[in-house]
Design a binder for this molecule. Sequence first.
Ligand SMILES: [Mn+2]
Length: 330
Amino acid sequence: MKYCTLDEICITLEKYENILITSHVNPDGDSYGSTLSLFLFLNQLNKNPRLIFFNDIPENYKYLDGLENLEIYDANLHDKFIEECDIIIVADVNDPKRTKSLENPIRNSNAFKIVIDHHLEPQPFADQYFVDTDACSTGELVYKIITNFNNQFITPAIANALYVAIMTDTGSFRFPRTDSEVFMIISRLLQYGADPVKNYEEVYNQSSLSATKLLGLAYTKIEMHYNNLLCIIVLSDGDFKSVNAIEEDNEGIVEKTMALKGVKVGIFISELKHRNEIRISFRSKDQYNVREYASTIGGGGHLNASGARVPLQNLDDLKNKIIKDLAYMF
Ligand SMILES: [Mn+2]
């Protein structure tokens, strides 16, 4: 695999005209922020970049200036461009599988392929890898690329896009890779016109009434076990209905278990009758390995964040079984 330097990636970008920029399925703030800033920057270089994604844009990112240029992938509209373009930039992702239906067109294209990313273990499919696993976000790498050309390319729209990339991927400046360099970049982005108040407001303060009520209900259902090291929340189909909540409203509830003092393992069980399944989400801290247990019930994930889906069954029995099964951890 060919890892390249900052200067080498800049030379590549300067050389070509027709450029596809894409990212992973279910994009996050870093996907949008890093690709949008690249797109806006390449436009300033008078290139012909196109921003093509698998998914539509969630409401809370639509405010970003320039994101109206993003196109949703459609084979009929885009395969010819992908086939004939000069370079393909895959950002914030290192495995073409995660671009979903864009995977085959990308693999089959003769374009020069570039990965710009900060994830571990890139897959061998591209011609050039600008990768730094110590970077807090792909946005940080794009900041370095653009400023390596000239600071003056950082317009307010690019500053806001990069700010959002870094804000979201650092969990609002608190995850482990939030180092002094991140704050130096953020300081420059503010000078170039990024608005921290507006970006936080637009991205995060957008909860629906039903999601907020569901969260309130979830708090009332908290159970503690094993000397308060384990926090567990169960929401039934009836609980969802009682506050008019939909499945998406349970986003983020499991994270709330980790905010309780002393909790090492958090579990959120939600009954999804319309899917004929029960979703179990696990979070943990330190060496508490929740992936191991999740994999024994058909799930998987990371050491500190994993999940499983099981068939509909009695919720109380399932909860009690999981609590009992986990005794070995405490
Ligand atoms: Mn990222």
